[in-house]
Design a protein. Structure first.
Length: 211
């Protein structure tokens, strides 16, 4: 059984950039190194199903801040705390089964970012995975945490035997530009894929990358 099937994403390697971490520790996380901007060090680690309740408050605050700040991630603002909590708790079965990986980025013992890897169970899909709901707390943006999470998800995908990654994001947003800077290629654009609170519709782009 692989480390991924046991519910762990392994020990993701740090990317080049402002937020970095080195030297794996016994708890499976990465030993922190202070980023170049002088802020608190960032640690990225996998979160198992059993650890969700303890992290629920931080994860819910992160999701609410992200959605209410203009990045919907499938939700509509204002996002109620109960809805945020129920979403995170809904991941427990997939995390326990090993069909989903949840990584969190922490700074000063507080979760400031998160990202997920959805692993298809179908036999002819087992070479690919989908990146989902990557988010960074608004107050922590600009420190390279998003890039760090994505690179860690790449390592988790390799650990799970996945070589093709796909994702969908809103066209022209900062996240779109970040993915393109990390060698993601554009597969196509779907007009009006999502809608806003006033009924306005937004185009989304499908991106992919071979590891």
């Amino acid at each position: 059984m692989s480390r991924c099937e046991r519910g762990s994403a392994g020990r993701p390697r740090p990317p080049p950039g402002r937020a970095r971490a080195t030297a794996s520790r016994d708890d499976g996380s990465l030993a922190p190194r202070a980023p170049a901007d002088g802020g608190a060090a960032i640690v990225v680690q996998a979160l198992a199903a059993a650890a969700l309740p303890a992290a629920l408050a931080d994860l819910s605050e992160l999701l609410i801040a992200t959605v209410d700040g203009g990045s919907p991630l499938g939700f509509e603002k204002p996002l109620a705390r109960t809805e945020a909590e129920n979403y995170w708790l809904s991941l427990r079965a997939e995390l326990a089964a090993g069909s989903r990986v949840l990584l969190v980025a922490s700074s000063a013992s507080r979760i400031v970012g998160a990202g997920q890897l959805a692993l298809s169970p179908w036999p002819n899909y087992r070479h690919r995975a989908e990146l989902q709901k990557i988010c960074v707390a608004p107050a922590s943006r600009g420190r390279g945490i998003g890039r760090l999470l994505i690179e860690a998800l790449h390592c988790a995908a390799r650990d799970c035997g996945r070589s093709l990654l796909v994702l969908s994001t809103r066209l022209g947003e900062p996240a779109h530009r970040l993915y393109r800077s990390m060698d993601y290629r554009q597969a196509g654009i779907i007009p009006g894929w999502t809608r806003g609170p006033a009924g306005e519709r937004y185009a989304h782009v499908t991106l992919y990358r071979e590891l």
